[in-house]
Design a protein around this ligand. Structure first.
Ligand SMILES: NC(=O)c1ccc[n+]([C@@H]2O[C@H](COP(=O)([O-])OP(=O)(O)OC[C@H]3O[C@@H](n4cnc5c(N)ncnc54)[C@H](OP(=O)(O)O)[C@@H]3O)[C@@H](O)[C@H]2O)c1
Length: 318
């Protein structure tokens, strides 16, 4: 089968399509024929080698954290899935490789794909949707009528956080790039502000801040109201280690106000996403669908910025 891999750190051009063995599902695993997989912005610093001091380096490395497709085989002990089922899911924690013709994943990383989306459109959502959902529910406990600030509102996670915030009845302020302000309002933001010309001190107070940028966390923390909560999902890539330590310290000192987590959704959480999509509360936001051969182009696009939602890779099944 084909899989996108890289065998050295470097620019997007290190990404290539390699022929690799099709995985065989082990006990409690499901083999999925991938129809679409999303391009994960979080993987860019790994590919560029900016995380090499922090994570183990083993090549080749694959890419892709989520997928939608059809079950083609199940391993021993799997009761819930049968060949032909339309599913979507998230790769095991810190494992990548969804940009491939097939993935073998534990059955608890899957849920039924939403009946109202094509498998290609669905592929935009599992990682960004479960991350935004966990941030706003388990971590921030956002309630109707609260003021929510989404910083990084037009990206993969932010575009879902804006929609979910609205669905939960919050008053949503989006910080986004200038050319995307009208667009993010259409997505559901009550207020949209250009992040390049808005200083944190220009903003009011918020009950919940979802930060997808990672810089100036102290200045944004100061915008929280008395019972405010900030979910910090990103790190400052220009000073990764100090940024991680700083965020960790903030969360340790004020655990009720500052929340960090690494998305690792359960099957129930993925199934909850299916229900939210079928209820019409959220929809996938897709900037561009590209073939596997254009993976490097997708990384270049994300590095250039201005992307609306997600890039999705089409495995050419439909
Ligand atoms: N902890 C977790 O479990 C978890 C899970 C998923 C993602 N993440 C992290 O969350 C971050 C966002 O992920 P993503 O997939 O949403 O990435 P993305 O699609 O690249 O979105 C990032 C967004 O941030 C905007 N942005 C950049 N600088 C900004 C600034 N100074 N102020 C406000 N907005 C700014 C960008 O807008 P322009 O392009 O217009 O500049 C872009 O829309 C990444 O760092 C990722 O690693 C963490």
């Amino acid at each position: 089968m084909r899989a996108v891999e890289y065998d050295r750190f470097g620019p997007p051009e290190v990404l290539g399509i390699h022929e690799v063995p099709t995985p065989v599902p082990g006990p409690r695993e499901v083999l999925v024929e991938v129809h679409g997989a999303s391009v994960d912005a979080g993987e860019l610093p790994f590919r560029a080698g900016r995380m090499r001091g922090i994570t183990r380096t083993k090549f080749p490395r694959r890419v892709g954290g989520d997928f939608a497709g059809r079950v083609t085989a199940v391993g021993a002990g799997v009761r819930g899935w049968r060949a032909g089922d339309a599913v979507w899911g998230v790769m095991p924690h810190f494992a990548f490789g969804a940009v491939a013709d097939y993935v073998a994943v534990p059955e608890q990383r899957l849920a039924r794909a939403p009946g109202n989306l094509s498998l290609l459109d669905a592929a935009a959502l599992p990682v960004s949707g479960t991350t935004a959902l966990t941030a706003l529910t388990d971590k921030a406990h956002l309630t109707a009528g609260e003021r929510l600030l989404v910083r990084g509102a037009t990206g993969g996670v932010g575009s879902i956080a804006v929609q979910l915030g609205k669905a939960f009845g919050a008053d949503v302020t989006a910080l986004a790039g200038a050319r995307n302000l009208d667009w993010v309002r259409e997505l559901g933001a009550d207020t949209a502000l250009d992040y390049r010309t808005t200083r944190p001190e220009d903003l009011g107070r918020f009950d919940v801040i979802v930060d997808l940028v990672g810089t100036d966390l102290g200045a944004y923390q100061a915008r929280l109201g008395r019972r405010g909560r900030m979910v910090a999902l990103a790190f400052d890539l220009d000073r990764i280690v100090t940024s991680m330590l700083g965020a960790g310290l903030r969360a340790a000192v004020r655990p009720r106000r500052i929340k960090l987590f690494s998305n690792n959704p359960s099957a129930d959480r993925i199934a909850e996403l299916t229900r939210l999509v079928e209820a019409g509360d959220i929809r996938p936001v897709i900037d561009t669908v590209l073939p596997m051969a254009d993976m490097a182009k997708a990384h270049r696009g994300l590095e250039a910025g201005g992307v609306r939602g997600k890039y999705v890779i089409d495995m050419g099944r439909s």
